[in-house]
Design a protein around this ligand. Structure first.
Ligand code: NOJ
Length: 581
C-alpha cells in the first residue's frame, strides 16, 4: 500500500514537472528554474578548433576528437558557429544550404556523430541560425535574381532601378558602406546589411518565414538543444524603405533594430517551432533599450529565452575602458533583469578580439592572473555565461603584423574602404591589430607542436606566435594553470546553482576605481566576489562583514590579506577571490 502511494506521488510529481515544463520551452515553474539558465555555454568556432584532415581548416571530425576535452571542462552546452554549406565569404555566416554541412567541415554523418557524442557526455548543442540573410549562392537568391516575376523574388529586398537610386542604407561589411547592390540581370538593387554576398531575407513575406520554421524543425527534429539567432534584431524592415536622416549610420542600430513586426515574427516562431521542442533560444542583439530587451525575453511574451546585449562587451572598444564604467554597465543590466527576463553574460566571442587583451592584461606578467579574474567574473554573475573557446587558456590577440595576415571580410573591406577614401590606413591598421575579430579566430592552442596541434597542414589563418608558451597540454600538467582554474570555477558554479545562478546580485564599493566587489545572495547563503582589475595592489573600502568569510577560490596561491580593521581585503594585482560569507 505504502509503495503504491509512493509510486502515485512520484507519478503526480512527474506529471507536474511535465506540465509546468521544467526544461520545457515557453512555460515556467514557480521558481522560474530552467536548464538554459543553469547552462554553462562554451562557444566553439569550428573553423579554428581542430582540423582532422590536414587541409588547414577545422572540421567536425576534429571537434569530435576533442569531445573529452569539452567534457573535462565541465561545461554543459556548446554553441557552435555555423556549419552549414557556405561559400565562406563570412566564414559560414553566408549560408547556401541550411540543411547540409559545409564541405570543409564534413558530412551530415559527422554531424550526427557529433550530436550523439555531445549528448552522451551530457552536453547540449546550440546551433547558429543565420536568417537575417542568406548567401547569394543560395538557391532562393539565384531564383530571386533571375527574374522580377520569380516566385522567389519576394524572398529578398529589391528596389527597381527605374525608380532611381534607393534611399541610402549603411552596410557593415561593404567596401563602400553601401547596402544596396545593383544587379543588372533585372535592373534592380538588392539589400545587404552585411557583405554583398549576404543578401537580406525578406521576413515580411510569410512564405519565407515558413521556410525558416521548416529549417528550424529539421534541426530540432535531429535533437539539437537550441538556436542562436544571428543578427535577428535586424530582420524586420520597413519595406517602403524611407530615407533616414543624414549621418544615421553613426547610430544605425537605432534605425535597423527592432523594426516593423519583429515581435510578431518571434511570437509566430515561438508558436510554430520553439514551443514545440525542448530548445533554448538566444538572440544576437537586444535592441536599443531595456524595454527592447525585455520585449524579446520576458517569459509572458513567448518570444525568446535570452539575448546578447552588446553594451558590456563594447565597453573596451577601441580605446580601453574604466572599471567604474564596466561596473556601472553590468550592474545596470543586472538590475533591469532582476525580476523578469534573463541575460547572457559574456566578454568575448568570435566577433571580438581576445578577452584578456581587451579587458585584462596580456603581458607575460599579468596574463594568467587577469584572464582568471575575467573568467571569475563571467562565471559568478547572474545570467547564462558564454565562454569563448581558448579563453579558458588565456589565449591572447594574434599579433598580426601585416594586412595580409587578416582573413575577415569585415576587416579587409574596412581596410579597402579607408584606402579608397584616402583615410589614415596606418591608424586603421593599428586599430585592427588590437580590435579585429580575426584576433579571436586563430587556431586553438592545443600543444607546442607545429601549428599548436591544430593542423598538420597550413592553417587557414596564422597561429598566434605564443602557442609554445600558451597551450592546453602544458596547462593540463599545471594545477594552477588558467585551464585548471577555469575547471574549478565551472565546478563552483555548478555546485552553487541557487546562489550563483539565481541569487541576487549587489554591487559593493561602487566608486572603487580598482576593485569590483559584489555579493550573490539567495535565501540560504551569501557569496562575496572581489576582483582587482588593476596591475597594482588594491584594497576594498572598509565595511565588509568578513567575520564568517570562508575563501572558496582564488587565482593566487595566497588568500587576499585581511586589513587591520578586519573589514577590508587587500588584493594583489588582478587577484580574484570568491568567499562564502
Ligand atoms: C553576427 C555574427 O556573429 C558575425 O560573425 C557575422 O559576421 C554577422 N552576424 C553576419 O552574419
Amino acid at each position: 500500500m505504502q509503495r503504491g502511494l509512493l509510486l502515485l506521488t512520484l507519478l503526480s510529481f512527474l506529471v507536474l514537472c511535465f506540465k509546468t515544463g521544467y526544461g520545457q520551452p515557453g512555460t515556467s515553474t514557480a521558481s522560474g528554474k530552467k536548464w538554459w539558465k543553469e547552462a554553462i555555454v562554451y562557444q566553439v568556432y569550428p573553423r579554428s578548433f581542430q582540423d582532422s584532415d590536414g587541409d588547414g581548416i577545422g572540421d567536425l571530425k576534429g571537434l569530435l576528437s576533442r569531445l573529452d576535452y569539452l567534457k573535462s571542462l565541465g561545461i554543459t552546452a556548446v554553441w557552435l558557429n555555423p556549419i552549414y554549406s557556405s561559400p565562406n565569404d563570412d566564414n559560414g555566416y553566408d549560408v547556401s544550404d541550411y540543411r547540409n554541412i559545409m564541405k570543409d567541415f564534413g558530412t551530415m554523418a559527422d554531424f550526427d556523430a557529433l550530436l550523439k557524442g555531445l549528448h552522451d557526455r551530457g552536453i547540449k548543442l546550440v546551433m547558429d541560425l543565420v536568417v537575417n540573410h542568406s548567401s547569394d549562392e543560395h538557391e532562393w537568391f539565384k531564383q530571386s535574381r533571375s527574374s522580377r516575376t520569380s516566385p522567389y523574388r519576394d524572398y529578398y529586398h529589391w528596389w527597381n532601378a527605374e525608380n532611381g537610386k534607393p534611399p541610402y542604407r549603411y552596410s557593415l561589411f561593404d567596401v563602400a558602406h553601401d547596402a544596396w547592390k545593383y544587379d543588372s540581370l533585372t535592373n534592380a538593387y538588392y539589400l545587404h546589411y552585411f557583405s554583398q554576398k549576404q543578401p537580406d531575407l525578406k521576413w515580411e513575406n510569410p512564405k519565407l518565414r515558413q521556410e525558416v520554421y521548416d529549417i528550424m524543425r529539421f534541426w530540432a527534429e535531429k535533437g539539437i538543444d537550441g538556436f542562436r539567432l544571428d543578427a535577428f534584431q535586424f530582420v524586420a524592415k520597413d519595406t517602403t524603405y524611407p530615407a533616414f536622416p543624414e549621418g544615421f549610420e553613426k547610430s544605425f542600430v537605432q534605425y535597423y533594430a527592432m523594426q516593423g513586426n519583429l515581435h510578431g515574427y518571434l511570437q509566430e516562431m515561438n508558436k510554430e517551432v520553439l514551443s514545440k521542442y525542448n530548445v533554448m533560444s538566444v538572440a544576437e542583439g537586444a535592441g536599443n533599450s531595456f524595454t527592447d530587451a525585455h520585449n524579446l525575453v520576458d517569459e509572458n511574451r513567448r518570444e525568446l529565452n535570452m539575448a546578447y546585449a552588446f553594451e558590456g562587451v563594447d565597453i573596451a572598444k577601441p580605446a580601453g575602458y574604466s572599471l567604474l564604467h564596466f561596473k556601472e554597465v553590468f550592474s545596470r543590466w543586472d538590475s533591469a533583469f532582476a525580476r523578469s527576463g534573463w541575460l547572457s553574460v559574456f566578454l568575448a566571442n568570435h566577433d571580438q578580439a581576445r578577452m584578456v587583451s581587451r579587458f585584462g592584461n596580456d603581458s607575460p606578467k599579468f596574463r594568467e592572473a587577469s584572464s582568471k579574474l575575467l573568467n571569475t567574473f563571467i562565471l559568478t554573475m547572474r545570467g547564462t555565461p558564454y565562454c569563448y573557446n581558448g579563453d579558458e587558456l588565456g589565449m591572447t590577440n594574434a599579433g598580426f603584423e601585416k594586412i595580409d595576415d587578416f582573413r575577415d571580410v569585415q576587416t579587409l573591406n574596412e581596410y579597402r574602404h579607408v584606402k579608397n577614401t584616402g583615410g589614415d590606413v596606418q591608424a586603421l591598421f593599428r586599430r585592427l591589430q588590437a580590435t579585429s575579430r580575426d584576433n579571436g579566430r586563430t587556431p586553438f592552442q592545443w600543444d607546442s607542436s607545429a601549428n599548436a596541434g591544430f593542423t598538420t597542414g597550413k592553417p587557414w589563418i596564422k597561429t598566434a606566435a605564443n602557442y609554445r608558451r600558451i597551450n592546453a597540454a602544458s596547462q593540463e600538467a599545471d594545477p594552477n594553470s588558467c585551464l585548471n582554474y577555469f575547471r574549478r570555477l565551472v565546478q563552483l558554479r555548478k555546485e552553487n546553482t541557487d546562489v550563483l545562478v539565481y541569487g541576487n546580485y549587489t554591487l559593493l564599493d561602487k566608486t572603487n576605481p580598482a576593485v569590483y566587489a559584489y555579493t550573490r545572495k539567495d535565501e540560504g547563503q551569501t557569496m562575496l566576489i572581489v576582483l582587482n582589475f588593476s596591475s597594482a595592489n588594491a584594497q576594498t573600502r572598509p565595511g565588509l562583514n568578513l567575520s564568517r568569510a570562508k575563501l572558496l577560490l582564488s587565482n593566487y596561491k595566497e588568500a587576499p590579506l585581511v586589513g587591520k580593521e578586519k573589514t577590508t581585503l587587500i588584493l594583489k594585482p588582478y587577484q580574484a577571490a570568491v568567499y562564502k560569507l
